[in-house]
Design a protein around this ligand. Structure first.
Ligand SMILES: *Cc1c(COP(=O)(O)O)cnc(C)c1O
Length: 360
């Protein structure tokens, strides 16, 4: 068996230990005589999986008791509608910072439900930076301010959160979930699709401050009403059972590594290796402003489309896969999520060095 280093933006690599444990437990989970895929979501044995996943998440992220943790479906994209339906219920206003396609999609969806305002945008420079804002930029009567914390496509991240005063901040953390410690108390809600850093596709996790719940619009579909899911401990209907189980294994893996502080340390070491190389290379260069660089997604280019294509082709042949950049950015992108081992980044940098010698 030979496994590749997969630099995909998502779905992405899972820790090998997790895959092995899942394989070992596939036919008979803890003496139950069944696979987790087969068991009732109302069974005692499954209850300990979903409760275990929640309590591990609470422990690792230090989530306070006044926040609900919801295991949902529909991907991050479904929350683009659920968020306005649940929270745009006071003034009917929401302010957005447009830092890329995901923020823009969330903005366009919310527009269907109320008075949305794009307070700042970095579209002018192809989203290669995080725009600066101050408290005065936001409407003080807005129901929430929305940001996309880590911009998967463009490779930027918020290092400092916008000051929104008393207006709750809601963040899409899909591509930086569990990559480093996060102060949940700074947010009204954070949420993300699991397939980047937490589990396989099919699960969306939302962490919501309780006082914001219970005010969904009457027209809100039941399945999009966060209060319903909170009241039913994420078991209103059948949850993505197996994905939640893998999520629990990933959380155990992070805990055994030493938690989110340690995860951050490992992620910083990986990102530094790649960024240092890019900063010193004569052929490759990073596309993002240094101060806004993501730890998770690293876009880079040679400046020559043919060379970029050659790089993608040759790197794939060398077992470094999915390095092609997003179609709107071009070039390359290395997504180096939690499960990417440092050996994978090392292999990538060595490959880039070799490519530069041959083509520089
Ligand atoms: C991948 C991604 C999404 C889309 O997630 P889906 O689960 O496919 O809907 C949204 N936001 C960010 C930041 C992402 O990286």
């Amino acid at each position: 068996m030979s496994r590749v280093y997969n630099f995909s933006a998502g779905p992405s690599m899972l820790p090998e230990e997790v895959l092995k444990k899942a394989a070992a437990e596939m036919l008979d989970y803890e003496g139950s005589g069944q696979s987790v895929m087969e068991m009732s979501h109302r069974s005692k044995v499954y209850d300990s999986i979903i409760k275990g996943a929640e309590s591990l998440l609470r422990e690792l992220m230090n989530i306070p008791d006044n926040y609900k943790v919801l295991f949902l479906q529909g991907g991050a994209s479904t929350q683009f509608a659920a968020i306005p339906l649940n929270f745009m219920n006071g003034s009917g206003k929401a302010d957005f910072i447009i830092t890329g396609q995901w923020a823009k999609k969330a903005f366009s969806e919310a527009k269907k439900y109320g008075d949305v305002k794009a307070v700042a945008s970095s579209e002018d420079e192809v989203y290669t930076y995080i725009p600066k804002t101050s408290k005065e930029d936001f409407r003080s009567d807005a129901d929430y301010v929305y940001i996309c914390m880590n911009n998967t496509i463009y490779g930027t991240v918020y290092k400092e959160l916008p000051d929104t005063g008393d207006v709750p901040l809601i963040a899409d953390i899909s591509s930086c979930f569990l990559s480093e410690p996060l102060d949940v108390t700074k947010f009204g809600m954070v949420y993300g699709g699991a397939q980047k850093n937490v589990a396989p596709a099919g699960l969306t996790i939302a962490i919501i401050r309780e006082d914001l719940l219970g005010k969904a619009r009457d027209i809100t579909p039941t399945m999009l009403n966060y209060q319903i899911h909170a009241d039913n401990d994420s078991l209103y209907n059948t949850p993505p059972c197996y994905t939640i189980y893998i999520c629990k294994l990933v959380l155990e893996w992070i805990k055994n590594l030493g938690g989110l502080e340690k995860m951050k340390e490992l992620n910083e070491a990986k990102a530094k290796m790649l960024y240092d190389f890019l900063d010193n290379s004569k052929l490759f260069k990073g596309t993002v402003r240094k101060e806004d660089r993501s730890l998770m997604n690293v876009p880079f280019v040679t400046g020559n489309e043919e060379l970029d294509a050659k790089f993608v082709k040759e790197s794939t042949a060398a077992g470094l896969v999915n390095l092609k950049g997003h179609r709107t950015v071009g070039g390359m992108r290395a997504s180096i999520y939690n499960a990417m081992p440092i050996e994978g980044v090392k292999a990538l940098v060595e490959f880039m060095e070799k490519f530069e010698k041959e083509n520089g």
